[in-house]
Design a protein around this ligand. Sequence first.
Ligand code: NAD
Length: 278
Amino acid sequence: MSNIDGKLISSKIREEIKADVKNYMIKPCLAVIQIGDDEASNIYVNSKEKACNEVGIYLKHIKFDETTREIEIINKIIELNNDEYVHGILLQLPIPDKFNEEKLINYIARNKDVDGLTDINVGKLINNKKCFVSCTPQGIIKLLQESNVEISGKNVVIVGRSKLVGKPLMSLFLNNDATVTICHSKTKNLKEFTKNADILVVAAGCKHLITEDMVKDGSVVIDVGINRVDGKIYGDVDYENVKKKASLITPVPGGVGPMTVAMLLNNVNISYKNMTNK
Ligand code: NAD
């Protein structure tokens, strides 16, 4: 087996973006809207800011108090939509329960929706039209392409059907001519499906859900899971044992994670080019 090195592949992408941005008259700008003071969200926004800074993208952090009225957030999104110096807008998830996540996301202009979560972009993805696609699924396809893994005609099994990972990934694989099975928490006898996968992607959020006996010899295994247990990070795949059977496998950390941020930067760069006719 060999590892798919997400750190290496993502750093190549970041270098390409950095080289592009150097030639721009103005800095591309990503607006990140955060509501409340969720500890994990603070960390994620900081790491996005650091990644943006490294390639020359300005991250505009707009933080609302949990007591803010929804209309104020909607008005801010509309203002950002109309701001020609803002090239990407994202709502940092999760947001407090009292807000309607779907409603807020759908106020983001589709041409600035760098997280690819608006209904318009999701619909376009299903119809295989040019659009912004959710960053983690996009990063997974890029990892496979960069590792010369053929997707067309392959049996792909995805464990997890979230709107952030599983569902958009299903469309991306279908658009690349794979035969796709999507499993979830109600799937009976998961192993029956995973055993048939040429490419297995696991995004369930369950530490070591996938064990050696559940994968096919020579398969490609992509582990999206991030599970923090006693201060350590584990994937959804029992890496040490599954690696004996897989031909290629992503480690956690260092696999899919770095690709997610790289694809976000890439989407902001694409949006900048679209908006400035570069
Ligand atoms: P989610 O909770 O929204 O969805 C989890 C999905 O997994 C659901 O569809 C559920 O039905 C399915 N599932 C849960 N338990 C299962 C089981 N025992 N068997 C089969 N299916 C099961 O989660 P998400 O946002 O899609 O994230 C999934 C995991 O990926 C989490 O660990 C998350 O932290 C991680 N993640 C990582 C990145 C990254 O950049 N590496 C990005 C997004 C999410």
